[in-house]
Design a binder for this molecule. Structure first.
Ligand code: DNO
Length: 358
């Protein structure tokens, strides 16, 4: 594995490449052209400039999160082939720049959903949190307004104000799309992009739906082991894989995270590792990465990745906001650096235990 950290680019991120490098645990960044809209072409010069900036700081690009998929592709509307064409060209440009892992999601309207961005914990740190009761009580069109005050001046992925301004329209697009149709549209997209992925050796890593169930009546399809296995079988190409996001799949307590990891060896191309603390099955908050601070057994998760021969990038996922840092919720430096150190520690211990056993 390689330890990485997500970085939104110098125009958008409060965290600098220098700070990331000085963690020592992190050698690569997961980044993107953050001002590109879904469906827009990523020019090679812009990718190249980003790559040079990262490399000048002594790091490298370990993958992209995300080349976002347009609503036309997700809904299978008339413009989908045009957008797929752009997507293919963007992948070509990434491939030419030596980038071989692309994360994306296929969630309608909202990317990940949280109902609070700054829930205060007893120690004064703040975390992202979700309660189903809050979702059920809110008009989906007001969702953005209800959380935007806590964004600390940042643009959060999937919650871009430009998209949220058209929220009503977005809901309209998905009116007749059920889970099966959404799945068929995903398969259509994957089949169209696999040849370019083969050509440039690009691993596609779909991000699970977060939370792992339908919100606001919108269909969700990457929610559990069965659905993931179906998707991987339907387009049975090693470049078609997933982002193993513990904090997303783990929102459903029925999902056995180490079991999912072990069931699809070779098809996990990227891992987001974080912990959740449940107050009830539908009321959870993001915890410190440490197993004892939340519900997941982080040792078993990392061990499953290790034992299935995982070689891709791992990133500590959302961190708590600690030590008075002001940053995009979930994406401050301090707690993610602690998470990176902890995951690296687990990995080293598992590696040494394995080596001394043989
Ligand atoms: C949240 C992230 C997601 C993820 C996308 C991938 O913080 O994990 O926004 O980047 O779903 O496309």
């Amino acid at each position: 594995m390689e330890m990485t950290m997500r970085w939104y680019g110098s125009k958008f991120d409060t965290v600098t490449l220098k700070q990331i490098r000085q963690t020592a645990y992190v050698t690569g960044v997961i980044t993107m052209l953050y001002d590109k809209q879904p469906g827009e072409l990523w020019p090679q010069e812009e990718i190249h400039a980003l790559k040079e900036e990262v490399e000048a700081a002594g790091l490298h690009i370990s993958g992209i999160e995300s080349v976002n998929v347009s609503d036309a592709i997700k809904t299978g509307s008339a413009d989908r082939d045009r957008d797929i064409d752009n997507y293919i060209k963007s992948l070509e440009n990434l491939g030419r720049e030596g980038i071989h892992m692309v994360c994306y999601n296929f969630m309608p309207v909202f990317d990940w959903t949280r109902t609070e961005l700054a829930r205060r914990r007893p120690d004064g740190s703040t975390v992202l949190a979700y309660t189903q009761e809050a979702v059920d009580a809110i008009d989906p069109e007001k969702m953005f307004d209800s959380i935007k005050g806590d964004m600390n001046g940042s643009v959060m992925p999937g919650w871009e104000p430009e998209r949220m301004a058209h929220i009503k329209e977005l809901f309209g697009l998905y009116q007749d799309i059920d889970a099966e149709q959404l799945f068929r549209n995903l398969v259509y997209f994957l089949k169209a992009i696999m040849p370019v992925c083969d050509q440039y050796n690009i691993n596609m890593a779909i991000h699970p739906d977060d939370p792992a169930w339908s919100v606001f009546g919108l269909p969700r399809i990457i929610t559990c082991r069965e659905n993931i296995e179906r998707m991987l079988k339907e387009v049975d190409n090693p470049h078609n894989g997933i982002t193993l996001c513990t904090g997303s799949l783990g929102t459903n307590l029925k999902n056995d995270l180490p079991g999912i990891i072990r069931s699809i060896p070779g098809r996990i191309h990227f891992a987001h590792v974080r912990n959740l603390k449940f107050n009830s099955p539908t009321n959870f908050e993001e915890a410190a990465h440490l197993s004892s601070d939340g519900t997941f057994d982080m040792y078993e998760i990392v061990r499953a990745l290790y034992e299935t021969g995982f070689t891709g990038p791992i990133r500590p996922d959302h961190g708590r906001m600690i030590w008075d840092e002001v940053a995009m919720p979930g994406y401050g430096l301090y707690d993610r650096a602690l998470g990176a150190a902890y995951i690296c520690g687990l990995w080293e211990a598992i590696d040494k235990a394995h080596k001394s056993a043989c």
